[in-house]
Design a protein around this ligand. Structure first.
Ligand code: T5A
Length: 216
């Protein structure tokens, strides 16, 4: 049996994270791996409540630091009640976004201090980092067009979807900087490529993670 592994998916809106999560889940199940698919913010009933608060586009101001605290409040519930228990049972956890999203969106996009994010990460999930992160990278306009098409006009955008192209350019740049800093953990996948090519690359990485050093 493959040992438990924590895999996260990252990228801007419309990059294909949910699509890749489903692909990864099916591939791993077919290959006999017990896998738990989940997402952030959210993943447990209470964390999903916090998600609604964090994403809702209301009239009350949500400062960048408040937004960061909401992301970590949801994450604390998720880590304690779902991620750590699943890993302890030997399951693989495939998570659509994790702390790299806070680094990219709140850090890169909103300018929140990296020291604050690192301190919160240490208290909320000290000792737990993703074993591997797939960064689905594509130009901002392409991602936003996909996300809009999927949502369907004129669906009301949430607080993030309503952000400017310049905001998402900063988020994308922050993600790419994280990948450059941690190339072993963060694998960059060209998400502008046709889905079949993305799938080929993802399954290649999954096969490598499932049986390191072995030929497929
Ligand atoms: N957030 C989150 C923070 O600010 N800080 C944090 O710490 C965290 C955890 C919610 C928001 O929360 C913010 C970031 C987000 O704004 P979310 O639920 O992950 O996060 O929301 P989105 O990123 O908006 O999710 P999307 O569903 O828009 O994007 P996905 O999952 O990346 O894209 P997906 O798979 O739904 O694909 C979109 C469309 O493109 C097609 C798919 O079929 C689909 O129609 N597609 C492709 N088409 C052609 N070629 C390909 N290669 C394709 N891949 C997918």
């Amino acid at each position: 049996m493959s040992p438990a592994l924590f895999l996260t998916l990252e990228g801007i809106e419309g990059a294909g994270k949910s699509t890749v999560a489903q692909l990864a889940g099916s591939w791993l199940t077919r290959h006999g791996v017990a896998v738990r698919l989940t997402r952030e913010p959210g993943g447990t009933p209470l964390a999903e409540h916090v998600r609604r608060i964090a994403l809702e586009r209301g009239t009350e101001t949500v400062s960048p630091v408040t937004e960061t605290l909401l992301m970590f409040a949801a994450r604390a519930l998720h880590v304690e009640n779902l991620i750590r228990p699943a890993l302890a049972r030997g399951e693989w956890v495939v998570c659509d976004r994790f702390t790299d999203a806070t680094r990219a969106y709140q850090g890169g996009g909103r300018g929140v201090d990296a020291g604050l994010i690192d301190a919160l990460a240490r208290s909320v999930h000290g000792g737990l980092e993703p074993d591997c992160t797939l960064l689905l990278d594509l130009p901002v306009e392409a991602g936003l067009a996909r996300a809009r098409a999927r949502r369907g006009a004129p669906g009301a955008p949430d607080r993030f979807e309503a952000e400017s192209v310049a905001f998402f350019e900063r988020v994308r740049a922050a993600y790419r900087a994280l990948a450059a800093r941690e190339p072993q953990r963060i694998r960059v996948i060209d998400a502008a490529a046709p889905l079949a090519e993305v799938e080929r690359r993802v399954t290649e990485i999954l096969a490598e993670l499932r049986a390191p050093g072995e030929q497929r």
